[in-house]
Design a protein around this ligand. Structure first.
Ligand SMILES: C[S@@+](CC[C@H](N)C(=O)[O-])C[C@H]1O[C@@H](n2cnc3c(N)ncnc32)[C@H](O)[C@@H]1O
Length: 289
């Protein structure tokens, strides 16, 4: 069994951090938002809620927070990747019958994209501690939580969890794996991709982000953000050159069918995200191994 992250005994703090970036984005004027996630604010831990309140009172606090998060404008990176994944999912919907969100955290696509999803099953897999907190807070807010597959992937093999879960592996699936690969050893990333490839029907798609090594000033900022992640208990473990993502996918049975970067996506919206994140869509076109 592969090693994922340290076993978490409490809800993920990186899930809180990325949720905070989306809540912060929701404070911007509607026309300026790269994504609009009105649900993010519901799931924040108390310190993030206090920061959000401060940001809501003073726009300068908001801009300062955006610009200084972890030493880089990671908020722009996080919202750009979320937007890109939304766009890939919406474009792929005619071809897929269900959605799996792996390491879902406080993802709100089940609610935000309810209309375009048109009753396609959407299942969220996450560590039991984060999954339970999300279900509890959803219900408290009067929201019906998406079907949840609580599993500690550091202890339970993904293929077994998926096979026992509510989704049907014979239906082409859109799999979202957002904000997770960078915290895993390389071997865990490839093991996860191979397990997804073995479980998911041909025509399934995997949409994910990968950390790219940065140099110069960005590299210094990126190293500072790594210290921040370590403090949150989920240190950065896996980086890959953007040009190598296709090889990683093909080694695991997926074909790279679309690629971008958070930097490029943010630039489309006039934002300045540092070039630290590759965005990739892979499709499994052949029969299962
Ligand atoms: C940075 S968060 C990303 C959350 C979400 N995908 C997003 O972008 O908002 C990483 C997620 O991986 C989950 N995770 C970490 N270790 C895990 C494990 N051993 N088993 C299952 N999920 C795990 C955490 O609970 C957390 O929700």
């Amino acid at each position: 069994m592969f090693q994922l992250m340290n076993t978490l005994r409490q809800a993920s703090l990186t899930a809180d951090a990325v949720c905070f970036a989306r809540a912060l984005e929701h404070l911007r004027p509607p026309e300026a938002r790269v994504i609009d996630d009105p649900y993010a604010q519901l799931f924040l831990h108390r310190p993030s809620r206090a920061l959000l309140r401060a940001a809501a009172r003073a726009p300068t606090t908001r801009e300062a927070l955006r610009a200084s998060s972890f030493g880089l404008d990671m908020a722009a990176v996080i919202t750009a990747r979320h937007r890109w994944i939304d766009d890939q999912l919406l474009a792929a919907l005619p071809e897929v019958g269900q959605v799996l969100i792996l390491g879902a955290g406080y993802d709100s696509r089940a609610w935000r994209l309810r209309a375009p999803l048109q009753n396609r099953p959407l299942v969220e897999l996450d560590h039991p501690a984060t999954a339970a907190r999300k279900v509890r807070l959803s219900k408290r807010a009067g929201l019906e939580p998406a079907p949840s597959l609580p599993a500690d992937l550091a202890r339970e093999p993904l293929i077994e969890v998926l096979t026992a879960g509510p989704l049907d592996g014979s239906i082409p699936t859109f799999i979202i794996w957002e904000g997770v690969s960078m915290y895993l050893p390389r071997e865990a990333v490839t093991t996860t991709l191979r397990a997804l490839r073995a479980w998911a029907a041909p025509g399934s798609k995997i949409c994910m982000d990968l950390w790219i090594p940065a140099s110069g000033l960005i590299g210094i900022g990126a190293r500072a953000s790594q210290v921040g992640l370590k403090v949150l208990g989920e240190p950065l473990r896996f980086q890959i050159e953007q040009g190598e993502v296709g090889d990683l996918f093909s080694a695991c049975g997926f074909t790279l069918t679309a690629q971008s970067s958070a930097h490029e996506v943010a630039a489309r919206f006039g934002e300045g995200a540092p070039p630290v994140l590759a965005l990739a869509l892979g499709t499994s076109t052949e029969a299962r191994p």
